[in-house]
Design a protein around this ligand. Structure first.
Ligand code: MEV
Length: 316
């Protein structure tokens, strides 16, 4: 084939971010409305990238694209296209990447782009891609992006429903009633590497208090499984609000994120929290229904959110 295509979607962590890095369970959902796509087309000298951030030979890509370059090279190599991966193939190829997932907002954009590239590489090679190989290749790129990824992003961008993630393994969880979430992008980027590093530093300075806080995040995540299965919005919201407070105490919230969660609660959200690495990025809030999510969204924009949208988590 002369062309390989691949796509993937964003993710959102409902409970357990940061604690998951230390082996705690976490709960996450796919966000199908935000996608990343990759097309690899034969017939260019060497190996080229075309993306909104950079267009040119892979070897000239800027440092911030290092995870993308890793994903391209590792997945082509693994798919059986080693010469193309090394740019010494007679035909060459261009890798076109398009992503609607905002970057550095806790929504798994780096993992989703790596997943799209991996699927495109295996499609081009005509090779079958199993879940474990996909996971490993996304993780290879994620390690370049932020050092010690737990793997939750890599699993959730390939998941088709809500999951419980623990130490690399995933299990689907039950969503007892449709759940409407209002999302807000704070407009501030949040570096996962920086956020994870600051929790690690806090853990070194104050091991006992930090571990107690991380354990509480783990309990909240585990406890949320029954609430999600029961469709208990009030309990899910209360758990989110408590989790946000703890994430604030471990130092990964920000004034803007705190203001947005507060505005959501004042607008009647059952609860709200930051999602993903924090320091910037997104907030999620539990709404009663779509109309309520619109009102919460408007309140969050008044509190400084750059953009808001609604995500419906279907019963499953
Ligand atoms: C990032 O989406 C979630 C963190 O827990 C980091 C990780 O799990 O690798 C902050």
């Amino acid at each position: 084939p002369l062309r390989g295509v691949g796509a993937s979607h964003a993710k959102a962590i409902l409970f357990g971010e940061h604690a998951v890095v230390y082996g705690a369970p976490a709960i996450a959902i796919p966000v199908d409305s935000l996608t990343a796509e990759a097309v690899i087309e034969r017939g260019a000298p060497g190996l080229r990238i075309e993306s909104s951030l950079f267009t040119g030979p892979v070897e000239d890509a800027p440092a911030r694209l290092a995870p993308v370059v890793t994903a391209i090279r590792a997945s082509l190599e693994r798919a059986g296209l080693g010469e193309l991966a090394r740019g010494v193939d007679a035909q060459g190829a261009t890798v076109r990447i398009r992503s609607a997932i905002p970057h550095e907002r806790g929504l798994g954009s780096s993992a989703a782009v790596a997943a799209a590239i991996t699927r495109a590489a295996f499609d081009l090679a005509g090779s079958a891609l199993d879940d474990e190989t996909l996971f490993e290749l996304i993780q290879t790129a994620e390690k370049v992006a932020h050092g010690t990824p737990s793997g939750i992003d890599a699993r959730t961008v390939a998941a088709t429903g809500a999951i419980r993630f623990n130490r690399g393994a995933v299990a689907p969880i039950r969503i007892g009633a449709p759940l409407t979430l209002a999302f807000a992008d704070s407009g501030h980027p949040g570096s996962t590497a920086k956020a994870v590093g600051s929790v690690q530093a806090l853990r070194e300075r104050e091991p006992e208090t930090t571990d107690a806080l991380l354990s509480r995040l783990a309990e909240i995540a585990e406890g949320s499984i029954a609430d999600l299965a029961a469709g208990d919005r009030a309990a899910i919201g209360a758990a989110m609000t408590e989790a946000h407070g703890i994430l604030n105490r471990v130092g990964v919230s920000s004034e803007r994120l705190d203001a947005i969660t507060e505005a959501a609660r004042e607008a009647g959200a059952a609860g709200a929290k930051l999602t993903g690495g924090g320091l910037g990025g997104c907030v999620i809030a539990v709404a009663d229904d779509a109309a309520h999510a619109d009102r919460i969204g408007a309140a969050m924009r008044r509190a400084g959110a750059e953009r808001t949208w609604t995500v419906e988590v279907p019963a499953a």
